[in-house]
Design a protein around this ligand. Structure first.
Ligand SMILES: Cc1ncc(COP(=O)(O)O)c(C=O)c1O
Length: 390
């Protein structure tokens, strides 16, 4: 029995989505820019997907630009605004310290080109405050980027409140909603943002497909130059099967929004309670509310997270240490560090992220196996002679 608890890294493709992709791959080979029958069929499929994605976020289909995923959507938002506003004197960009690398490293790249950047601190809760943004905003701020839900700890940011503050100072607002889609209702107008990123593979769709929602009237400079695809928003012949998959995933996510997060909340809480009760020296990282229903991040005192991840994998249980991108390195998570957790506690943190296939029986198996695995790792660590004391 293999148990997958790493849905924030990526989700299995929903079978309905896989069928839609296979059919598009087989039957819709036309170039959507061609005016003949084959091209127009493919274009109609793109339009259907655009409508489904727009409906998922409460926007208009004409405001959606398809991208190669969340990373490109984030790059497009930040670089596109920066370049469009370059000559206006607004050369200051703000983001939170717990954003995904797609935002943080894009800001770093813009800083090297002369943009002033500010990272908003978060406390131990992992939630950014309005006061922190208020303090950072000035009349040169071009854009504020605040993620909707954090990928490592699941905390939900007060995007609407922050957007109102930023708008009052004339700045645009972007939200990376990659980890919020399918987990909480997302409405661009209620959030009050100007730009929103999403990625198909985080909610039952294929990898390499995503979108940036751009409020009508907001001007961005495109990342790619070439043909006039995506209303000049992104040059290059569209990846029709992947975009069809994104559209199908959007429809499925919208249909399940009323029930699936609640089901996952029950399972996540059962897992969290089980671990805290049965394994001594454990603590949840970040605020437990507001938080997406599928995620918990737990530190296991005296246990290297990597060792526990491997021990769990050998038992057929897949989890993660922080974000997938930083797995494989021993760098403590930038999110947990920004929250002020000790390096020790950050290096002991395991992320459990639940999704469509998970059942109560799976959660019970994880809770049953963990005490023994943790006890063995702690005994090993205690028996190890510290370096330099031989
Ligand atoms: C919050 C967040 N933003 C952006 C991304 C990047 O998305 P993609 O993998 O589609 O490039 C991820 C993926 O881990 C993410 O969790």
């Amino acid at each position: 029995m293999r148990i997958y608890l790493d849905h924030n890294a990526t989700t299995p493709v929903d079978p309905v989505v896989a069928d839609a992709i296979a059919a598009a791959l087989r039957d819709e080979f036309g170039n959507p820019s061609s005016i003949h029958h084959f091209g127009q069929r493919a274009k109609a499929r793109l339009d259907d997907a655009r409508t489904a994605v727009a409906a998922l976020v409460g926007g208009d289909p004409s405001e959606i630009v398809f991208t190669s995923g969340g990373t490109e959507a984030d790059n497009f938002a930040l670089r596109g605004v920066a370049e469009a506003l370059e000559t206006t004197g607004r050369r200051h960009l703000i983001a939170t310290a717990i954003e995904h690398e797609a935002v943080l490293n894009t800001l770093k790249a813009l800083a090297r080109r002369g943009w002033r950047t500010t990272l908003l601190p978060v406390g131990e809760s992992g939630i950014v405050s309005a006061a922190a943004l208020d303090h950072a905003l000035d009349d040169e701020t071009a854009l504020v980027s605040v993620m909707l839900a954090n990928n490592e700890i699941g905390t939900i940011q007060p995007v609407a409140e922050l957007a109102a503050l930023a708008h009052a100072r004339g700045a645009l607002v972007h939200t990376d909603a990659v980890q919020g889609i399918g987990k909480v209702p997302v409405d661009v107008h209620r959030l009050g943002v100007d730009l929103l990123s999403l990625s198909a593979h985080k909610f039952g769709g294929p990898k390499g497909a995503g979108a940036l929602w751009i409020r009508r009237g907001v001007r961005l400079v495109a990342l790619l130059t070439g043909g006039r695809h995506e209303r000049n928003g992104r040059a290059g012949t569209e990846n029709v099967p992947a975009i069809v998959g994104l559209g199908a995933a959007a429809e499925a996510a919208r249909a399940k929004l009323a029930s699936e997060p609640e089901r996952l909340r029950g399972l996540r809480d059962r897992l969290e309670r089980g671990i805290l009760e049965r394994v001594a020296g454990t603590a949840v990282n970040g605020a437990t509310e507001p938080r997406v229903a599928n995620t918990t991040n737990i530190s296991f005192d005296g246990v290297e997270a990597e060792s526990l991840l491997i021990a769990l994998d050998l038992e057929g249980i897949a989890v993660s240490t922080g974000s997938a991108c930083s797995s494989g390195t021993l760098e403590p998570s930038h999110v947990l560090r920004a929250m002020g957790l000790s390096p020790h506690r950050s290096q002991n943190a395991i992320r459990f992220s639940l999704g469509a296939g998970n059942s109560e029986a799976e959660i019970d198996r994880v809770v049953e196996r963990l005490p023994d695995l943790v006890a063995k790792l702690r005994a090993l660590a205690a028996g190890r002679t510290p370096v330099g004391r031989r």
